[in-house]
Design a protein around this ligand. Sequence first.
Ligand SMILES: [Mn+2]
Length: 409
Amino acid sequence: MKIIHTSDWHLGQKFLYNDRGEEHQLALDWLLDTIHRREVDGLIVAGDIFDIGNPPNYARRMYYRFLTQLIQTSCRHIVITGGNHDSPAMLNAPRELLQALNIHVLGSATENLADELVEWRDEQGGLEAVIAAVPFLRDRDLHFSVAGENGMERVERLKQGIRQHYHDLGQLIEARYPGVEVPVVATGHLYATGAQASGAQDNIYIGNKENIAAKDFPKVFDYVALGHIHRPQAVGGLEHVRYSGSLIPLSFSETKDEKSVYLLEFEGKALKQLEAIALPTFRRLKTIQGPLEKVEEALRRFGSKEREGLAPWVEAIVETGRLIPRLDQRLHELTADMHLELLKIRILRQQQAQQQKPDTPELGELDEMEVFRMKCLSYGSPPEEMEELARSFLELRHWMEDREEGEHA
Ligand SMILES: [Mn+2]
């Protein structure tokens, strides 16, 4: 049984006002080709299929086209779970239709825990694998809020709720499939203890707090396919608990990561082989930082290299203690004929340069949660309340998205 584990596609992402459609299409084509070439039997996508709850139509089309092509390959089993970026209602809308095509979608936690168990069966009806398809778990999935509870208590309850959820699923599997001899795989979209994110941003909303330790996943799981952190890695020293990472770099902080998917090969229950298959870089994202002369020199060097594929996207961070007149114009003129796009130019004051803290970012490079956070802090909200505020904001946002969809229906 060969399974590919991937996550964090973020289809429909807008990156500094530019869309990622071309890169995403190339990445999905590559994935399809890889599935075909390696004769993969099953695909697991562990959350953040889309970048926003109400993604642009081109991104939806891309998703459905991919699934249509996928069911014509060797891949007979498909599980897709929702991430914190996904709207559960949006993901679940075509659920029954996709189910008929043997594509299992779980946009949000189910009321009945057993509904999160997906059985993969062969044509004769023999059990081939059991997938505990756990999407991103929201507050409302885990407990009713308790009156008078403060932020920290809520966070603690959420953590406990997540651990309990996996524990209960583990018990259910043991009761239902005693002595099971096929792979048992759990999915998750969460922040596991010890996971390394890429630089400052990785869209880890929920207060950058760990949700669960790798060792807390019940022993019954032969593999835990995680999403949320965009850098591929095993967690907590356990080889079978892993983040696949995203398909393409989603921010300048991720440019040093190699992007990959995991190919798992099971013999019976045993994970015989695990291979990280690296994706080609369809578009380089590159940060060039230093004093002006150094930046210009580096741009010249970078821009003079022969390169295939899509024009690299570059951010230039200029360290300076003084004002540089017409800096933007100067750098844009320098790079006008190069095979690259200078997407962003930032000034880093010298004392900030030592602390590595760039200037206030532009609106276009922030997501809505970051804007919300900054706004709260500027109104003097105590940092210890951010957790709670961020969570409420997210719930409100999802509620509004669900409602909007309801109105459109
Ligand atoms: Mn993500």
